[in-house]
Design a binder for this molecule. Structure first.
Ligand code: SF4
Ligand code: SF4
Length: 432
């Protein structure tokens, strides 16, 4: 927990001219301040998804209205009502639900629905561009512009699911994946002599070794690196060619691209296996990766799960365990990668479909969600799950620092949100 009860320095009344850290001069107490912070963090996540929707030409007035209303409610001397701020948190969850759905539909409209795809991992001979971040439209534009050259385009971190989209996979220049989640980028980008394109958040300040071959685009800006405007990737392609290229290395493979239609086509078989007791439980092990040593939990958790369980995953914590061979249950793979963090909507739609299939309510399903969070998109997704009434979520690697005991009590009492403990203990508790 933070040393401060709260921290606010947004108006001129701020204590000692430096910050209200215990209670607000305006009368705002710590719980109000923290709920306002939480709302702002969730709205940052919504704004990121909304931005990508807008890039693809889709908007939703109700999302834009929520962003204005939510921000306005955090202005000085507007909202001191704890109950209302919790409702605004749930409202953020609803707005995020809508925006993730809108983004998924736009991705499918533009790039087709993902299909399971085996992706080569590692370098192949020749000039290379490594693309990191989440922006599929940027990747598509780059792939178009690399057609007819011998430049190979590799995905990194949250770009991996791009390989599952047919309208992206059709480009010959889309060669494979290099590296794991965002946290390995300083090491990987130093080692691989490629041009690098950072398309969204989760791009780090570069090491000197690769700063001059790092490009960002649009809203993403890193001092002293070139920013691509208007999807004109010629400088990135020229840099890849100038660098000469990568040497081939031994390749491995990972599978991504389990779209909703693919999984629903397996629904009758899944139902049979569940009724026969051959699938006992589904786990959604998903969220952000972070350098916190507690992130080892997620690999151990997946390793320790009984063989009659299915693991769904999305976002970049998958790189903690997506090299594991979990095998299958009568042809149904035990590890299903649903995509990027915004593909939490696929997991939600799948859960709704499972409710129909088994004629159960959401919280009766044999489905446990084990989340990891790092930044504000994950905060938005957590509020979406709470808005949908999902209880018994496990969360790690640490509890959000902006939640004080009062807020945690509300989350525990109403939603049974539980911090991760050890994989063995948690699995024992869940499986009984
Ligand atoms: S809004 Fe309230 S809590 Fe924030 S700086 Fe002003 S007086 Fe302090
Ligand atoms: S899942 Fe979260 S931490 Fe990972 S790349 Fe996406 S936004 Fe960043």
């Amino acid at each position: 927990m933070s040393d401060f009860n709260m921290f606010c320095y947004q108006c001129s009344q701020t204590a000692r001219g430096s910050g209200c850290t215990n209670s607000g001069v305006c009368g705002k107490n710590a719980t109000v301040a923290r709920l306002q912070d939480n709302l702002i963090f969730a709205m940052k996540g919504i704004a990121a998804y909304n931005y990508h929707c807008n890039e693809l030409g889709v908007t939703d007035d109700s999302v834009d209205e929520f962003l204005s209303k939510g921000l306005y409610s955090t202005l000085t001397n507007v909202n001191f009502d704890i109950g209302d701020l919790v409702q605004l948190g749930l409202g953020a969850g609803e707005a995020n639900f809508k925006v993730m759905k809108m983004l998924k539909e736009a991705h499918i409209k533009n790039f087709g629905e993902p299909v399971p795809t085996e992706v080569k991992v590692g370098a192949q001979e020749g000039p290379a561009i490594i693309v990191t971040g989440h922006d599929l439209k940027a990747l598509e534009e780059l792939l178009k512009q690399t057609e007819g050259t011998d430049v190979k385009v590799y995905t990194h971190s949250e770009m991996l699911p791009a390989h599952g989209y047919p309208e992206l996979a059709k480009y010959e220049s889309l060669a494979g994946q290099i590296g794991g989640s965002w946290i390995d980028q300083k090491k990987m980008f130093s080692e691989y002599n490629a041009a690098i394109l950072g398309t969204t958040n989760c791009v780090l300040l570069p090491k000197p070794e690769y700063a001059e071959r790092l490009f960002t685009m649009d809203i993403v800006k890193i001092p002293d690196t070139q920013v691509i405007e208007g999807y004109d990737f010629k400088p990135v392609i020229d840099k890849a060619i100038e660098l000469g290229g990568l040497k081939a290395e031994e390749l491995s493979t990972i599978t991504t691209g389990f779209g909703l239609s693919t999984i629903l086509s397996l629904a009758p078989q899944i139902k049979e296996l569940v009724l026969a007791g051959k699938i006992k439980r589904f786990f959604l092990v998903a969220g952000c990766d972070s350098p916190n040593p507690r992130m080892n939990y997620y690999r151990q958790f997946v390793e320790e799960l009984p063989e009659d369980t299915i693991v769904l995953t999305l976002a970049c914590n998958k790189f903690r365990f997506n090299d594991l061979d979990l095998g299958d249950i009568e042809g149904i793979p035990r590890l299903l990668d649903l995509g990027q963090c915004n593909d939490a909507i696929v997991a939600i739609e799948l859960a709704v479909a499972l409710c129909d299939l088994f004629e159960m309510e959401l919280n009766e399903l044999p489905l446990t969600i084990v989340l990891s969070w790092m930044e504000q998109k994950a905060a938005a997704i957590l509020w979406t799950l709470l808005y949908l009434g999902k209880t018994d979520i496990l969360i790690g690697p640490i509890l959000p620092a902006w939640a004080n005991d009062d807020i945690l009590n509300v989350l525990v009492e109403n939603f049974n949100l539980t911090p991760i403990s050890t994989p063995k203990e948690d699995i024992k508790k869940i499986m009984g």
